[in-house]
Write a protein that binds this ligand. Structure first.
Ligand SMILES: *Cc1c(COP(=O)(O)O)cnc(C)c1O
Length: 800
């Protein structure tokens, strides 16, 4: 990629400002500068994107297509500046102009096309695929409205539409000439011709999938891959299939397909539209891949899987399996067996959850309405699958009804995904073991070779270089900058464990980042926090299994202690929360309200005298995370063991020097393995204990309530309005006592408290704490998504 001197960049900027914004440099607003910079970048990115695509075609590379209903990419400006190598020059030019780079880059609206971890993972993966130079592109949906914007009004969550496309989105390119027709509904007919079934469809709804491409820039390697997001439009010549609908209503009904992101990443969304979105993504994408294969590869269609692998991010794109079958049979004229050979060697499935209520199950009737041919094919896959078990696997015969892809009138998407894929992976070692031994044990016995683990990762370019430049500089000053290309080399930092000057520099960086967050907190909430207090952070989606409730119970307990003994000595602590709740998830919203009520009580009580503070930052998103991660000191990763598949927030905080306080769950297990027991704070039930209680019973929350006065006080306070006059939380109270505390909050409470006491004690030994922080940073290289992607590329995708 081209490089620019300061003078050249300034000149270019001046020209862009003139051309695009009709202003002189002196007259520009931050927004003008933002658009001028993105325009400079985009010129370079587009050029490299064309070259990259051409090179993949020339080299006839095997390619991966990463299909995901979510891409939580956040802002791209800084990441693109870093990866193109323009960051420093751009910063300097802006500073010379007397402008703040942070304010200019702050003009970009987050692309929030995802709910949380799953969508953010997809974004980190694209960054790593490009940075490692792999031929791989992302495919998703260009939702008109992304994840809702969260506002807190009187302590309660309000959802506002995320109108991220209000202004021009500078990174995308609309490619109408590559639009694809996607067909929904209608009826299927067939004739038998020469012993071959010929399928035809009638009365289908035709929707145009229009691609918007975003360049994905590799780190200083001239590679620019593509994220293609599909937008639903009415084809030019289409008339409404419903006679009562006028053209405008018709247009609106079609555009709804890419209208908004469903704001729930953990429960199936029982909506026809959601299912249409899924089919819209896979049909447009797979048609494109077939088209490209026929245009660019000199191979017969039977070799499709030799050049293509499709990784599906959770089960949402599973209809890609019957869709590829449909195209190969109905359009390319292959037989079932030929089509199955190709399809079952094309797809690889990543599982993200083992929680039963979160596994997608769709009523057969609904699938039929989306596309009846797709249901026919799923039916046939199921028939053949069940028959093959019966014929070939006697030991699994009595399990057939459990394993069937369709049963009780619903399609089990995870089973379809497993049957139709050649690889099934979990996202952390523990999670992959649970999949094999419990969740999908039958399938594991049937085809053990399919199952594997790929522990998640995060891109250290965004989460360390971008978000925490001071730490990145400190690391490079100490061990050189080779770690940037090879993050595992951060282990060289271990040499500085007892180096007082390094440790004090590290503490200085942390303090600086805490002051930055302190200002953000003050601006957003008006709350003044002590920069010398412990920044104890839990930021993630609000879900009962993530146990924000356990965290706030701890805070209430500390408050109760202070009230009982106002002279109690206590290291000052700031409890920072950020979390969106799915709009329909009542209990999650109640927990948000509780955090606010407790915050009001604690923050305004004179007796507390600043010893503890509670901060809830509204609208947690990628950009906010980029301020929070570098300032975190305690990383709360306290899910009920076995329930958090991996977590990636845990990795972001570790990489920024926070110490994990968590359960042996998800990737926490591997973090513990890396840093050793002395550098992590583990508490609570093990996953095995949790699974045992779930399967065999034996846990009685009421018994703990009866015998533990601390918990009795906390829980009674929920009902009697102790935390704020007139505000009660009886639904939370009953959830725990009547529903027997399904997430084991009471069970883990004591050990959680003790672990916090240990944390505070360690924190008081500043040198000891800084050393722990250093070990966490040094060992975080494993959790770079570069390592994850190299594993996918080698083991699953066979790109090398
Ligand atoms: C990393 C990230 C997540 C995932 O956090 P977990 O703690 O792993 O659940 C969710 N949302 C945003 C904005 C993130 O950056």
């Amino acid at each position: 990629m081209k490089t620019y001197t300061k003078e050249e960049f300034r000149e270019l900027l001046e020209k862009k400002v003139r051309d695009k914004r009709t202003k002189t440099l002196e007259e520009t607003t931050d927004k003008d500068l933002f658009y001028a910079i993105t325009s400079i970048l985009k010129d370079s990115i587009n050029e490299a994107n064309i070259e990259t695509e051409q090179r993949y075609i020339n080299e006839q590379n095997r390619q991966v297509s990463y299909l995901s209903m979510e891409f939580l990419i956040g802002r791209l400006i800084e990441s693109n500046l870093i990866n193109t190598g323009f960051k420093q020059v751009c910063d300097e030019v802006l500073e010379d102009l007397g402008r703040s780079p942070r304010d200019v880059y702050g003009e970009e609206h987050d692309a929030g096309l995802g709910n949380g971890g799953l969508g953010r993972l997809a974004a980190c993966f694209l960054d790593s695929i490009a940075s490692l130079g792999y031929a791989g592109n992302g495919f998703g949906i260009r939702y008109r409205y992304g994840l809702f914007e969260q506002r807190i009004v009187s302590g309660s969550q309000i959802e506002l539409p995320d109108n991220w496309l209000r202004e021009v989105y500078p990174w995308e390119t609309r490619k109408i000439d590559e639009a694809i027709q996607v067909r929904f509904g209608g009826e299927v007919d067939f004739v038998i011709d020469n012993d071959q079934y010929q399928f035809s469809y009638k009365d289908q709804e035709v929707v145009l999938a229009v691609p918007y491409d975003i360049g994905i820039v590799g780190y200083e390697n001239d590679v620019v891959n593509t994220l293609r997001l599909w937008s639903a439009e009415v084809p030019d010549d289409a008339v409404s299939p419903e006679p009562y609908m006028n053209q405008l209503e018709y247009k609106q009904s079609v555009e709804k397909i890419s209208g908004f992101l469903y704001p729930d990443d953990s429960k199936e969304e029982g909506r026809f539209l959601r299912l249409k979105q899924q089919y819209f993504l896979v049909s447009s994408t797979i048609q494109t891949l077939i088209h490209r294969f026929k245009a660019n590869d000199d191979l017969p269609i039977e070799a499709f899987h030799k050049k293509n692998v499709i990784q599906i991010n959770d089960t949402h794109p599973t209809f890609g399996i019957p869709e590829l079958m449909r195209i190969l049979m109905d359009e390319e004229g292959l037989s079932w067996d030929q089509a199955w050979e190709i399809t079952s060697h094309t797809f690889a499935y990543t599982n993200h959850t083992i929680m039963q209520e979160a596994l997608e199950k769709w009523p057969v009737e609904l699938v039929k309405r989306v596309n009846p041919r797709i249901l026919m094919i799923i039916d046939e896959i199921n028939e053949r699958f069940c028959k093959s078990i019966f014929d070939n696997h006697e030991s699994l015969r009595d399990r057939i009804s459990e394993m069937a892809v369709i049963s009780d009138g619903v399609v089990h998407m995870s089973k379809l995904a497993i049957v139709g894929s050649y690889s099934v992976n979990g996202v952390a070692a523990l999670h992959s073991d649970i999949i094999k031994n419990y969740t999908f044990n039958d399938f594991y016995r049937l085809t053990p070779e399919k199952f594997n683990n790929k522990t998640n990762g995060i891109t250290h370019r965004r989460w360390l270089l971008g978000a925490n430049p001071r730490l990145a500089e400190l690391i490079s000053d100490s061990i050189g900058d080779h770690w940037v290309k090879s993050p595992v080399e951060m282990t060289q930092l271990l040499r500085y464990q007892n180096d007082e000057s390094f440790l004090s520099n590290l503490a200085e960086v942390k303090l600086h980042n805490k002051k930055v967050l302190q200002e953000v907190i003050y601006k957003k909430t008006g709350i003044e926090v002590n920069e010398h207090s412990i920044f104890d952070v839990q930021v993630k989606r609000l879900h009962e299994y993530k146990r924000q409730l356990l965290n706030i119970f701890h805070v209430i307990h500390l408050y109760n202690e202070i009230k009982r003994n106002p002279k109690l000595k206590m290291v000052p602590q700031t409890f920072i929360f950020g979390a969106k709740a799915a709009p329909s998830y009542h209990l999650a919203k109640e927990i948000i309200r509780l955090i606010h009520v407790v915050g009001e009580m604690v923050n305004n009580d004179r007796d507390v005298a600043g010893r503890i503070k509670v901060v809830f930052l509204e609208n947690y998103n990628v950009t906010l995370a980029e301020y929070i991660m570098p300032a975190a000191e305690i990383s709360e990763q306290i899910s009920t063991a076995s329930m958090e598949a991996s977590g990636t927030g845990n990795m972001k905080m570790m990489m920024n020097g926070a110490v994990t306080l968590g359960t042996m769950d998800g990737a926490n297990v591997e973090i513990a393995e890396r840093v050793g027991q002395d550098n992590i704070l583990i508490f609570g039930l093990s996953s095995e204990q949790v699974i045992n209680y779930q399967n065999k019973g034996g846990y009685q929350a009421k018994d703990i309530y009866q015998t533990d006065d601390r918990l009795k006080t906390i829980l009674n306070g929920l009902k009697d309005g102790s935390y704020a006059k007139g505000e009660t939380f009886s639904d939370i109270y009953y959830r725990i006592l009547t529903n027997n505390d399904p997430y084991f909050i009471l069970k883990d409470f004591t050990s959680y408290l003790e672990t916090h006491i240990k944390a505070v004690t360690l924190y008081e030994e500043q040198k000891q704490w800084n050393k722990m922080s250093l070990v966490n940073i040094a060992q975080s290289g494993k959790f770079s998504s570069d390592r994850t992607i190299n594993e996918y590329a080698t083991d699953i995708w066979k790109l090398i």
